[in-house]
Design a protein around this ligand. Structure first.
Ligand code: ADP
Ligand code: MG
Length: 474
């Protein structure tokens, strides 16, 4: 069987139709809106579906949707239209997700191509750049990542001593950062090739289709340093593994250095040839563990410092908030960094730091709170408790002032914190008409603008509802 046949049914083999390529849009957004804005707010947008005249995208929280809508939607639409002018509208869906493996692993595409990082032709160009923002100098070490850091550093000093070097760890732990650091350090002198495994696969298949295998082989076998990110995504496909194995061996034989990252140890890789796994195990295998509290704190400090260097006006994040973040975001350094980025971006736009309650809302998708835990019943209960009225009173038709405000507040909070429609909300508030619901929401919105106490109370309540934990009880 020839290679053509093997790949006939592969998804990767399908011609790229005229569908929007979300990766390209993301790159444009990053370019046009800046990487800070992109990293903080836009990175998590996913394309769900493309329709004739609009696209449906997902965002992780309501807050982020509103934030994006009010600030960046026009520009995003503009970018989308520049790819396809028929698209005239963007619709959102709020989709809470746990960590999205596929998306976390796309290597960021970066400015300026660098001298020694070779490329075969334009199509390769995108995939082999080193991110200049990820270097050894800004990699903070702690007990969980020290070994991986030191092994990486050694590779740049003493070539081929550990070959291959295999770094593994969970999502957002700094693997790609280390691979970049190695590439960045070595590219001055050596021919460096940096590629996510997915892309390696993609190029491989593309080369077969284009009858370009000779170039493909030359290209990859020509490098001094081969960095392959997220090798777990290179699975199955015998012929490709065969080629990879040969490339791998050829490189090791000529003394090139290979560095591989993965989300698991070599022996746990599924659908990868035994002999490839065993070659991985034959080099140095190091892992990165979850960051401990101390490392998380150090990373927060470093990141704030870094961001403060870029702007003239320094932003001081209170230790209360720093403590909160370092305690709450403990699973991924990526999310920790994302949280800081977002807080700083928020502060810059509002010209003030968010307080703790606001911090929780801004970072909601990074903290472990599920949107669907918020029920109308919970909102009514907490609002009643807060205003010291009974639920019967809230749901009654009485219009005394001391009942109207709490009722409106509960309605308002239901509108902003749940996905319920106006008629649905009306039904839950003793069959009130949807116009009453609109009126309540508008009233509270106005009050919030003009009445500081009211705004604070609403914040407090929002906080209690989102973080319905003991510590927040009244
Ligand atoms: P992985 O590849 O393991 O999923 P990344 O290398 O992409 O993770 O890291 C995620 C984010 O966290 C990046 O912005 C990276 O720069 C940052 N990061 C990870 N580890 C560290 C560290 N030890 N010090 C500073 N920043 C880090
Ligand atoms: Mg990575």
């Amino acid at each position: 069987m020839n290679m053509e046949n093997i790949y006939k049914n592969s998804d990767l083999n399908k011609p790229k139709s005229n569908k929007l390529d979300w990766l390209l849009i993301q790159n444009e957004m990053k370019k046009k809106l800046g990487s800070e804005v992109y990293e903080s707010w836009l990175k998590k947008i996913d394309l769900i579906e493309e329709f004739n005249s609009y696209i449906l995208i997902s965002v992780p929280t309501r807050f982020i949707r509103d934030w994006i809508t009010s600030r960046y939607l026009d520009q995003i639409l503009h970018i989308v239209k520049s790819f396809k002018k028929d698209l005239i509208r963007i619709e959102f869906r709020i989709e809470e997700k746990n960590i999205d493996l596929q998306n976390q692993n796309n290597t960021k595409i970066l400015p300026k191509k660098s001298e020694n990082i070779s490329f075969l032709k334009d199509s390769f160009l995108q995939y082999n750049r080193v991110d200049h923002n990820k270097r050894f100098e800004n990699f903070v070490t702690g007990s969980s990542n020290k070994l991986a850091y030191e092994a990486s550093l050694k590779v740049t000093e003493n070539f081929s001593q550990y070959n291959p070097l295999y770094i593994y760890g969970g999502v957002g732990m700094g693997k790609t950062h280390l691979l970049n650091s190695i590439g960045f350090e070595l590219k001055q002198k050596k021919k460096v090739m940096f590629i996510p495994a997915e892309r390696f696969m993609y190029q491989f298949i593309k080369s077969i289709k284009a009858n370009d295998m000779v170039k493909f082989k030359e290209y990859f076998r020509n490098t001094d340093i081969l960095l392959i990110d997220d090798i777990q995504f290179m699975n199955g496909k015998e012929a490709m593994q065969e080629e990879f194995f040969h490339t791998f061996n050829a490189l090791l034989e000529k003394g090139s250095q290979i560095i591989v990252s993965a989300d698991r140890p070599p022996n746990k890789l599924s659908r990868i040839q035994e002999r490839i796994k065993s070659r991985f195990s034959g080099g140095l295998v190091v892992d990165i563990q979850k960051p401990d509290l101390e490392l998380r704190k150090n990373i927060i400090e470093k990141k704030i410092n870094e961001l403060n260097k870029v702007y003239a006006d320094k932003i001081e994040i209170s230790s209360e908030i720093k403590d909160f973040i370092s305690l709450e975001i403990s699973n991924s350094i990526r999310e920790l960094v994302g949280a800081i980025n977002r807080l700083i971006s928020f502060s810059r736009i509002y010209n003030k730091l968010p307080n703790l309650a606001e911090t929780k809302i801004v970072l909601k998708d990074l903290l472990n709170i599920g949107e669907n835990k918020v029920t109308i019943d919970l909102i009514q209960t907490l609002v009643c408790k807060f205003f010291k009225i009974s639920k019967n009173e809230m749901l009654s038709s009485r219009r005394s002032r001391y009942l109207v405000r709490p009722r409106q507040t509960a309605i308002y909070l239901t509108k902003i914190l749940t996905p319920k429609s106006l008629p649905e909300i009306g039904r839950e508030f003793s069959n009130r008409d949807h116009t009453t619901i609109i009126h309540s929401v508008k009233t509270i919105e106005k009050l919030k603008e003009n009445d500081k106490d009211m705004a604070e109370n609403i914040d407090k309540l929002k906080n209690q509802i989102l973080y319905n934990t003991k510590e927040n009880e009244v």
